[in-house]
Design a protein around this ligand. Sequence first.
Ligand code: UP5
Ligand code: MG
Length: 204
Amino acid sequence: FDSNKVTVIFVLGGPGAGKGTQCGRLVEDFDFCHLSAGDLLRGEQNREGSEYGDLIRTCIREGTIVPMEVTIKLLENAMAAALTERTSGEGWTDGKGRFLIDGFPRKMDQALKFEEEVCVSSLTIYFSTTEEVMLSRLLERGKTSGREDDNVESIKKRFRTYRSDTMPVIEHYAKENKVAEIDSTGSIEEVHKVASAVVNKVFA
Ligand code: UP5
Ligand code: MG
C-alpha cells in the first residue's frame, strides 16, 4: 500500500499492557481501522477449513510467534478489505486510510518484511508498564476471557517471547525516532488522554 494513501501506526507493549483497550478508544476519536494481529490469528484458528488452525493454537498457547507469512497475509487481506469497504461506503475523512496495527510486529524479521512488502509505518506507540501489572490484568481477564493463553504458564512464556523478540523491535524503531512510549500503568482514561495527544500530533 502506498504510504501516501494510508497511515499505519504500530501498537506494541507487553501482554496485558492495554493495547487492545487503548486501540478501541483511539478508534472512537480518530476513525482508525483497528487490526489486532492476535485477534486475526484467533479468527483464522477457528475458521473452518483453515490449514493453520493447529499451528496457531500451539503457538498461542506456548506464547511463541506464528510464522510471519501467515500473520502478514491476514493483515494484508484485512487492510485491503477495509480500504475497499471504505472507498465504496463511508470513506475516511481525509481520504487516507488509517490503521492501528495492534500486537505486531513482534519480531524484527516481521517488521522488516511488513514494511518492505505491505506498508511503511509512521509511528510505533509503545505501552509500557511492569510485568506485575500485566500479570494481574491478564489473570483478572482470564476469569472470563476464555483465552487459552490467559493462564500463569502461558503468560510467563508470553513475557519471555516479548522480552527476547519484541523489545528489539521497539529498540529498532526508537533508534529511528519513531517510538512514542506511553506509561500504561494508570487508569484506562489517563492512558487514553496521553495516547490521544500522541496521535493528534501524527495527524497535525
Ligand atoms: N486493562 C487494560 N488497560 C487497563 C488499565 N489502564 N487499567 C486497568 N485495567 C486495564 O488489556 C488486558 C486486560 O487489562 C483487559 O482485561 C483490560 O480490561 C485490562 P488488553 O487491552 O486486552 O491488553 P493487550 O495489551 O491487548 O493484551 P493481550 O493479551 O491482547 O496482549 P498479547 O500481546 O499477549 O496478545 P495478542 O492477542 O496480541 O497475541 C496473542 C498471541 O498471538 C501471541 O502470544 C502470539 O502467540 C500470537 N501472535 C503472533 O504469533 N504474531 C503476531 O503478530 C501477533 C500475535
Ligand atoms: Mg490485545
